[in-house]
Design a protein around this ligand. Structure first.
Ligand SMILES: Cc1cc2nc3c(=O)[nH]c(=O)nc-3n(C[C@H](O)[C@H](O)[C@H](O)COP(=O)(O)OP(=O)(O)OC[C@H]3O[C@@H](n4cnc5c(N)ncnc54)[C@H](O)[C@@H]3O)c2cc1C
Length: 386
């Protein structure tokens, strides 16, 4: 007999496991299908920040920043071993495009949107403290602002959320590649290949959390659900030898004024990211030589004395709405696409942030509740420790 689940989720990235946890909390039976490994795609190649997104203030994305700061505060409490506050430093030189007034105004707004908690305090460091900043170039340095955001291990966070879902009964098939689905008024028939064997199950609803594969997966669903045109934008990180003692640095790339982060990472340094539009198979994304040169040039500008020994490199793909505007100007809001918003059988998650996975999962569940039978909730993601 075909096994039945209330919710089948395609994708074991942070969004897929986040929805699995939220659905299991609401008392539903859940199955996650993941083709490669948990966090094997974007969710394991991020900048590993749980943050409000200071730079999104420039795009006036206030609700995104407010929600992300709220989620940051919640995750600091729910997952203290996985999400920790980190001091960030913004150095300003005569050529820096964002002047001290702008940085001060941005950080004040950031603190305000975050609810004036101690974690949102910021200050200008005294010039006497600049020499302690991990070898930051002091020549012509005009100001250094310090504020706080949080860092995580994105793969460990994804695994922890899946474990939390599994503790409430959610199932995971991995490696299991979703192949096709047939949607009717009564539910979904879901076909997948698990360890080379063709399998199928039925479900009340289907969640497409396939990240960069989202429209490929949508194309395998019959009848075809509505889709959003997207661009895949590659972001590369380098792991470098050397330690940062004072925290993280928020740098402005000399080449194009984009933000580049330098972060402490497992006893080494993580430097990223780039923004390069990508058109190949998502499975083949890899750092480009030009991206590496761009990142190292940025590092050289701010830390001219530090040796540059790259020990690892990785790239991930952002899913952004296809548009004519520059990559950095495009919305980072998560977009949900349902086949029928009044009674959805299929919901797809476009874009989004690691930081906001829990809030996104709640939004997905609000949509799915219109279709699923009501059940007695067994837990609440706002209170479940990870
Ligand atoms: C370079 C970069 C840096 C970032 N930095 C940050 C940051 O610091 N902080 C932050 O909050 N956000 C950050 N983000 C955003 C965040 O990483 C993503 O929004 C998030 O990881 C997306 O998760 P996802 O679950 O939607 O996709 P993914 O993690 O890509 O997961 C999709 C999964 O679906 C699986 N899949 C696809 N097709 C199938 C199929 N047919 N069958 C079964 N499984 C399938 C894939 O194998 C994959 O594991 C960053 C993004 C990028 C690209």
């Amino acid at each position: 007999m075909t096994e039945h689940f209330d919710v089948v989720i395609i994708g074991g990235g942070i969004h897929g496991v986040g929805v699995a946890q939220a659905a299991a909390c609401d008392g539903y039976s859940v199955l996650v299908l993941e083709q490669t490994g948990l966090a094997s795609a974007t969710s394991g190649s991020s900048s590993k920040l749980i943050h409000g997104g200071l730079r999104y203030l420039e795009g006036l994305h206030f609700s995104l920043v407010r929600e992300s700061l709220r989620e940051r505060s919640l995750l600091l409490k729910l997952a203290p071993e996985l999400v920790q506050l980190q001091a960030f430093h913004i150095p300003i030189y005569p050529g820096t495009s964002r002047r001290p007034m702008t940085i001060r105004a941005g950080l004040s707004l950031y603190a305000l949107l975050g609810g004036l908690r101690p974690a949102n305090r910021f200050r200008a460091l005294r010039p006497g403290d600049w020499q302690d900043l991990d070898g930051l170039d002091m020549k012509h340095l005009q100001a250094v602002y310090q504020y706080y955001d949080a860092q995580t291990d994105d793969e460990a966070l994804t695994r922890a959320v899946m474990q939390s879902a599994a503790d409430l009964g959610a199932g995971l098939q991995c490696p299991a590649e979703f192949t096709t689905a047939e949607i009717t008024a009564d539910g979904c028939t879901v076909n997948y290949s698990h360890n080379g064997m063709d399998k199928s199950c039925s479900s009340g609803v289907l969640v497409n959390a396939a990240g960069p594969w989202i429209n490929t997966v949508a194309g395998r669903i019959h009848p075809p659900p509505p889709t959003t045109a997207v661009d895949l934008v590659q972001g590369t990180h380098l792991v470098l030898e050397g330690r940062l003692e004072k925290g993280a640095y928020y740098l402005e790339a000399p080449a194009d004024r984009r933000a580049v982060f330098l972060l402490p990472w497992k006893g080494r340094m993580l430097l990223g990211t780039t923004e390069t539009v990508y058109s190949g198979d998502p499975a083949d994304v890899a750092p480009l030589a030009g991206e590496e040169a761009y990142l190292l040039e940025t590092l050289r500008r701010y830390f001219p004395q530090r040796p540059q020994k790259v020990v690892d490199r990785f790239a991930g793909l952002r899913v952004l709405p296809a548009a004519g505007s520059t990559v950095s100007a495009r919305s980072r809001e998560t977009r949900l696409e349902a086949d029928d918003p009044r009674r959805p059988r299929v919901v797809a998650i476009y874009g989004g942030k690691l930081t906001g996975y829990r809030a996104t999962a709640q939004r997905v569940m609000r949509l799915l509740h219109r279709t699923l039978p009501s059940r007695k909730p067994v837990a609440n993601t706002e209170r479940l420790k990870l």
